[in-house]
Design a protein around this ligand. Structure first.
Ligand SMILES: [Zn+2]
Ligand SMILES: [Zn+2]
Length: 381
């Protein structure tokens, strides 16, 4: 790839760009013509199609341009199942922008328990139950740790306990069953199927990241597949999980250390340490893509700026020349047998929540107010 090609990359959405950041937005030949920009609410998912949307492409410090870690997968089965992989701060706001039903968002897969991967679980549990998430609990799948207190179950139980005031305050107004968080904790160290229903299979595999207890996932549906690294240094279990091919591999990628230091304010030593100890450089991501050979590759969890993006593509291109997208918030991939297509979604900044279909009818119950309110409430009648 020449420098000229690098320069011709689309600019990030937060600087006015409208396109996915890639030289190759389509792999294969789609059987339908996709609009240049994905307009939420305007495109039904076809039977057997998969749509992957990056809700949070960013960093432990969420910004208005980049929410923290989160990826949404919709599948074209009769149930129109929705899965969310990680739920970092800001993910829920981007979910609302997709005009998808709140009540359908009840299956959460956590890669690891760094705060930038689960910060919005409180919002999903405590707040979205007010606007439609009414049928029942949130189901969370996630890895064990090396001891119970480091595992997903302990985390979910603790969040539920920490929401005691929130849930007491909303008692009577909403279905108490929707305030529950039900954890399915699995052994982090094994590659194994952790979910299998309605034609969708999710497999977890261990990855190397900070300490034990981080995993990546692969989702299979109707002969299509999506693999997600979570936070990871280059790890063999991910490569093995993709052995029989994968349609879309989204792998984390931190900017080159020099760029990270300048953009984050970290010293070059600390930036190098953060990158090498826990994450993947563009060149290392390129090596993974070269081994896996996905139909389409995506870089993710990347601090984005107009200066950093060409540096990433330049470093990556020294080892990998296949199709790759530098994902940003609201990058959408449509995956079919014929093609993988990447583009940006139009964002709706103030879209009201859509409750969605509800199968559990709950009749609100009026609660008795505290006695002291009778004296202290200012009556305006
Ligand atoms: Zn992490
Ligand atoms: Zn992270």
């Amino acid at each position: 790839m020449t420098n000229n090609e690098s320069i011709s990359l689309p600019v990030p959405a937060f600087t006015g760009g409208k396109k996915a950041i890639t030289h190759t937005k389509i792999v294969g030949t789609p059987h339908q013509e996709y609009a240049e920009i994905f307009i939420p609410g305007k495109e039904e998912l076809e039977d057997g199609e998969m749509r992957v949307t990056v809700l949070g492409s960013g960093n432990p410090w969420p910004t208005r341009a980049q929410a923290s870690a989160s990826i949404l997968v919709e599948v074209g089965n009769p149930e129109h199942d929705i899965f969310i992989f990680d739920i970092g701060s800001g993910a829920i706001a981007n979910y609302a922008s997709l005009k998808l039903p709140v009540n359908a968002l009840n299956k959460v897969f956590i890669t690891h328990l760094h705060a930038d991967h689960m910060g919005d679980l409180i919002t999903l549990s405590g707040s979205l139950s007010k606007v439609g998430r009414a049928d029942g609990p949130i189901y969370v799948w996630g890895p064990s740790g090396t001891e119970p207190r480091l595992g997903t179950k302990h985390f979910c139980d603790s969040i539920e306990k920490a929401l005691a005031w929130n849930n007491a305050a909303d008692k009577g107004a909403i279905n108490p069953d929707s305030q529950r968080i039900v954890a399915s904790e699995f052994d982090f160290s094994k590659t194994q199927v952790v979910y299998d229903a309605n034609g969708v299979k999710v497999t977890s595999f261990p990855v190397v990241h900070c300490i034990s207890g981080a995993v990546g996932y692969r989702l299979d549906f109707a002969g299509l597949s999506f693999c997600f690294s979570g936070d990871a240094r280059p790890s063999w279990p991910l490569v093995r999980a993709c052995e029989d091919g994968v349609d879309l591999l989204i792998h984390e990628c931190f900017p080159p250390a020099k760029a990270l230091a300048v953009a984050s304010g970290l010293s070059i030593e600390r930036a190098t340490m953060a990158l090498n100890a826990a994450h993947t450089s563009p060149k290392a991501a390129g090596h993974i893509f070269r081994m896996v050979k996905p139909r389409m590759a995506g870089l993710w969890h990347t601090l984005l700026s107009s200066q950093i993006i060409p540096m990433i593509f330049e470093e990556l291109s020294s080892v990998y020349e296949g199709p790759v997208v530098q994902t940003q918030d609201m990058t959408v991939f449509n995956i079919t047998k014929e093609a993988v297509f990447a583009r940006q979604a139009k964002q709706f900044d103030q879209w009201p929540p859509i409750p969605g279909k509800q199968s559990v009818i709950y009749t609100p119950v009026e609660e008795e107010p505290p006695e002291w309110w009778a004296d202290e409430l200012i009556s305006l009648d």
